[in-house]
Structures are given as structure tokens and as C-alpha cells.
Design a protein around this ligand. Structure first.
Ligand SMILES: *[C@@H]1O[C@H](CO)[C@@H](O)[C@H](O)[C@H]1NC(C)=O
Ligand SMILES: *[C@@H]1O[C@H](CO)[C@@H](O)[C@H](O)[C@H]1NC(C)=O
Ligand SMILES: *[C@@H]1O[C@H](CO)[C@@H](O)[C@H](O)[C@H]1NC(C)=O
Ligand SMILES: *[C@@H]1O[C@H](CO)[C@@H](O)[C@H](O)[C@H]1NC(C)=O
Ligand SMILES: *[C@@H]1O[C@H](CO)[C@@H](O)[C@H](O)[C@H]1NC(C)=O
Length: 120
């Protein structure tokens, strides 16, 4: 019985690590920052001095950036909520480096082109 439990728990943690480690792919919060800075460099702003242009600064953690939400434990980007922000441009493939991104809302802006396959 105990042995069964041990094997079961080992299998569960291996499966968990397999998925988590696969998603991590050696990336960290620095990867998330470079991905978002790349995204920012492709953004066109409807107004000069747009708040996002100064707010998305490498001087602060991405977790404090407007519209960016991080996981509590590992400070990885899990959501980008940027609807109706007066921004546009194209979405670069770098966004696919956000390994933990599960919510991406850029509705009511002027983005064009297609979503990069890396996002899948
Ligand atoms: C993230 O990983 C890179 C390269 O693997 C490393 O140089 C960097 O120090 C790491 N950053 C953090 C915040 O762990
Ligand atoms: C960005 O905006 C957030 C939320 O309003 C704020 O807490 C943060 O201090 C701002 N950061 C910068 C660098 O302006
Ligand atoms: C992020 O993605 C781009 C394009 O998909 C790639 O060229 C780059 O090496 C990646 N950067 C990191 C830090 O993983
Ligand atoms: C993850 O691994 C794949 C395949 O080796 C690679 O193409 C991709 O750039 C890696 N992503 C990151 C964020 O390092
Ligand atoms: C995206 O954001 C808009 C505005 O807040 C909201 O109405 C819409 O339901 C959101 N879409 C999704 C898929 O969450």
C-alpha cells in the first residue's frame, strides 16, 4: 500500500515537473521582460507621451506594468489585459516567449496583421 502511494506520488511529481519544466524551457522573468519590451517596440501609440510608453520601463518589474499580470509565486507573466488602450501595430513572435501567458486581450485597439504562430 505504502509502496503504491510512493509510486503514485513519484509519478505525479514527475508528470508535474515534465509539464512545468517543458513550459519553463529554461526561461525566467528576464525572458518575460525581453518579450514585453520587444512587443512594446512594435507598438504604435495613438498619442505621443502615451502612458504605456513610460510605464513599461525596465526600471520596474514587468509585474508592475499597466495591463500586465503575474503569477504570485514565480512572478511570471500570466495575463496581458490591454483592451481599448489607444495602441496598435503588429504582434511580434517574441510574445510567444511568455511561457506562462494564458490570457491576452488587446481588443478595441488598432493592431493589424496576424497573431504569430509562436503564440500557440
Ligand atoms: C535568467 O536566465 C538568464 C540566462 O539563462 C540568466 O543570465 C539570468 O540571470 C536569469 N535571470 C533571473 C532573474 O533569474
Ligand atoms: C506604472 O503604472 C502602475 C499602475 O498605475 C504603477 O503602479 C507604476 O508605478 C507605474 N510605473 C511607472 C514606472 O510609471
Ligand atoms: C524570443 O523569441 C524570439 C522570436 O521568436 C527569439 O528570436 C528570441 O531568441 C527569444 N528570446 C529569448 C530571450 O528567449
Ligand atoms: C524553447 O525551446 C525551443 C526549442 O528548443 C526554442 O526554439 C525556443 O526559442 C525556446 N524558448 C525560450 C523562451 O527559450
Ligand atoms: C476583453 O476585454 C473587453 C473589455 O474589457 C471585454 O469586454 C471582453 O469581454 C474581453 N474579452 C475576453 C475574451 O475576455
Amino acid at each position: 500500500m505504502e509502496k503504491t502511494w510512493f509510486l503514485y506520488l513519484t509519478a505525479v511529481s514527475l508528470a508535474h515537473c515534465f509539464l512545468a519544466c517543458l513550459a519553463m524551457n529554461g526561461s525566467n522573468s528576464t525572458t518575460d521582460q525581453s518579450a514585453l519590451l520587444a512587443f512594446k517596440s512594435y507598438i504604435t501609440f495613438d498619442h505621443p507621451h502615451h502612458i504605456l510608453a513610460t510605464n513599461w520601463s525596465s526600471a520596474t518589474s514587468v509585474c508592475h506594468w499597466i495591463g500586465v499580470f503575474c503569477s504570485k509565486r514565480h512572478y511570471r507573466v500570466v495575463a496581458l489585459n490591454l483592451p481599448n488602450m489607444g495602441i496598435g501595430g503588429t504582434i511580434p513572435p517574441h510574445i510567444g516567449n511568455l511561457s506562462f501567458l494564458s490570457y491576452f486581450n488587446i481588443t478595441s485597439n488598432t493592431f493589424h496583421g496576424h497573431l504569430p504562430s509562436e503564440l500557440a
